[in-house]
Design a protein around this ligand. Structure first.
Ligand code: BGC
Ligand code: BGC
Length: 630
């Protein structure tokens, strides 16, 4: 690792001298707290950089390296490690000046050159700044690669978790984790804010598609993705730090409200929402992200019992806990400032790294004051640092801090797209078939309609290129229409019109690709239930009037109320949010692969029936686990 070897040569300070310096540093910190020219004095060092320091010796055990490094760090350096800023909110020199421990890309926060090389260049720029700090501790860069490396143009977009839940195939999901980790490391990044292990109990929740399903058993079994992302252990060639999120009960809020309140007994929290986190800890997940939501009125970000006692104590989680986007600012119910009470409550509750995207300077100042005032014990700061630094060592970041530029071509590679297509096939759930499916390949006249038939953006959903996602040709891939054409032509003909105009009796079948358009957290909440829009109902009406059999392919992040339409259509397939490989949908429609997908959620009989879950007294339209085949 060349960067570190350009060290300013300095002998290891003798312990006694170091102690003296520590005391001096302590005095300086007190002065700084008194409000004097703080940034000029803060890093009166406890020893210059020492290239022979034990923490730089990769042959030593991680625990020893952590202890050694921690012993050299000032309070400000420790607070820096606990601080995560957004890439748009730092300017040249900040990472060095504030010794920032981590950066992130929020949804859609991309370098101006949104290519693998553009990302690697950006990453290396920040890392060079981190390595210019006194102790040369690398920064760790996190991103939401929640269904592929989804901010990157040209990356493979896999089905969202709800579709993966329908596959019931943990080994497939593990391989997807490996592919995602490869695409993420190919761009230089270290850390993925995935998997979401939320157990969605109410489909009105806008994050339902980030859930593997309503039964904890599915999400628990899918924690194979943690091994896929991290490797058998951290530090392998394509290993990224995984994040189990959002701890805990985010899918159990009243009325499926995002960032809402799970008003349930602890017994139910433990039975429904905790098990996937237990499984993730068992699989060695390196980080856990806390949920914006509350548990019986108490915000999770201040929940010492659930974070420190249950997660770190009972479950034995040894990685680090990261907060969600500005979430600590919500602790007192007012989004205004990181108040001293909010900051100390969050850190004392057990949060180790704090996602403070924009106002990270404010956070640093408040936490410093709270430590100096004795409101946050030094042992808590040290514990947080131990946890963060251990992961950086385990990832091999001190040995290989810079982006590995040998794998740009892995991003959106043919092999990953083939894996994604397989996942799409396996995620299709056949809900109705009056004998019209499978369609005959390479013969006949097929009509395709619907606003999601030829739309990569719609079939990918939220968290694709941008935070909320958007319609249109937003990245490379195969639309469902293109997949249908591949299956039919030559031999047959495919006619397409989004609203169904032009359909007539001469067609053998009409495929209507309808459903939801992209949304993400918060904006996707549908308190009145999930229904078809008028434009989709109009398309269906046009097709039905022509008197041809209609197969509905529903592109959606969750069950949609289709009870009124069901008797009028001859086939219904839940395609979920398949991502960029739309041909996988056609593979099933045309019988190249028989459907095997099973519902990961109960399908409500009416929009008003939510919440409806397996084991309750209600009768859904299709039960949990339902799925036909041929
Ligand atoms: C979301 C997280 C995400 C984070 C960073 C938050 O708003 O709740 O799931 O990891 O933003 O983008
Ligand atoms: C970011 C997301 C984040 C959200 C939180 C957006 O601007 O892109 O990553 O989750 O803000 O409100």
């Amino acid at each position: 690792m060349t960067t570190i070897e350009t060290a300013t040569p300095a002998a290891a300070p003798k312990p006694s001298r170091r102690r003296g310096r520590l005391i001096a540093a302590g005095l300086v910190i007190l002065l700084a707290a008194a409000g004097t020219a703080y940034w000029l004095t803060r890093d009166t060092d406890t020893g210059a950089y020492d290239p022979d320091a034990p923490y730089l010796d990769a042959s030593r055990p991680v625990a020893e390296r952590v202890d050694d490094l921690l012993g050299r760090m000032t309070l400000d350096e420790k607070i820096g490690q606990m601080t995560q800023a957004e890439r748009r909110e730092v300017t040249g020199g900040d990472v060095t000046a504030y010794a920032l421990g981590s950066l992130l890309s929020g949804g859609g926060s991309v370098p101006s050159d949104n290519t693998p090389q553009g990302w690697a260049d950006m990453y290396d720029g920040f890392q060079t700044e981190a390595l210019a700090t006194r102790l040369r501790i690398p920064m760790i860069y996190g991103v939401d690669a929640v269904h592929g490396h989804n901010n990157v143009h040209g990356a493979t977009i896999f089905p969202h978790n709800i579709g993966l839940g329908a596959t019931r195939d943990p080994q497939l999901v593990r391989r997807i984790g490996e592919a995602v980790a490869t695409e993420v490391t190919a761009t230089g990044l270290d850390w993925d804010f995935a998997p979401c292990l939320c157990v969605a109990r109410d489909a009105r929740w806008g994050r339902t598609y980030e859930s593997f399903g309503e039964d904890p058993e599915i999400a628990s079994s899918m924690t194979t993705i943690v091994t896929g992302l991290q490797g058998e252990k951290l530090g392998g060639p394509n290993s990224v730090l995984a994040t189990a999120k959002h701890y805990v009960g985010d899918g159990g809020t009243v009325d499926g409200k995002d960032q809402g309140d799970a008003r349930i007994p602890e017994e139910e929290l433990r039975k429904i929402h905790l098990p996937p986190f237990q499984a993730a800890v068992k699989a060695g997940v390196g980080s856990v992200m806390v949920s914006f939501s509350s548990f019986n009125g108490e915000k999770l970000h201040g929940h010492r019992y659930l974070i420190t006692e249950v997660l770190k104590g009972e479950l034995g989680f040894t990685g680090f806990v990261v907060s969600d986007w500005n979430a600590i600012d919500q602790l007192d119910g007012v989004r205004d400032a990181f108040t001293p009470a909010e900051v100390s409550t969050a850190i004392n509750a057990g949060i180790d790294m704090v996602m403070v995207p924009e106002r990270w300077r404010e956070f640093i100042a408040v936490l410093r004051d709270e430590v100096n005032a004795g409101n946050v014990p030094m042992e808590r700061i040290d514990d947080a640092n131990r946890r963060i630094l251990a992961k950086k060592f385990e990832l091999g970041m001190f040995e290989h801090p810079m982006a590995d530029r040998a794998q740009f071509d892995k991003v959106g590679s043919a092999a990953h797209r083939e894996l994604a297509r397989q996942a799409v096939r396996q995620s299709q759930v056949l809900l109705k078939n009056s004998g019209v499916l499978p369609l005959k390949p390479k013969t006949g006249k097929v009509f395709v309609a619907g606003r999601s038939a030829d739309d990569i953006g719609n079939q990918s959903g939220g968290w694709t290129l941008t935070w909320q996602g958007s319609s249109g040709p937003i990245t490379d891939g195969t639309t469902i229409l293109q997949g249908v054409k591949e299956a039919v032509e030559p031999g047959g003909t495919v006619t397409y019109s989004a609203d169904g105009t032009g359909v007539d009796k001469s067609y053998d079948v009409a495929i209507a690709v309808i459903g939801e358009t992209p949304y993400a957290e918060y904006e996707g909440d549908r308190p009145d239930g999930v229904k078809l829009d008028k434009v989709d109902l109009d398309t269906l009406a046009t097709l039905r009037k022509a008197g041809v059999p209609v197969v509905v392919v529903l592109v959606s992040g969750r069950p949609v109320d289709v009870s009124a339409q069901l008797p009028q259509v001859q086939g219904l397939v839940a395609a979920w949010l398949p991502g960029t490989e739309g041909a996988g949908v056609a593979d099933v429609l045309f019988g190249a692969y028989a459907p095997t997908g099973k519902l990961p959620m109960s399908w409500p009989a009416t929009a008003a029936q939510e919440p409806v879950n397996t084991g309750d007294e209600k009768t859904p339209l299709f039960p949990y686990g339902f799925g036909l085949t041929y």
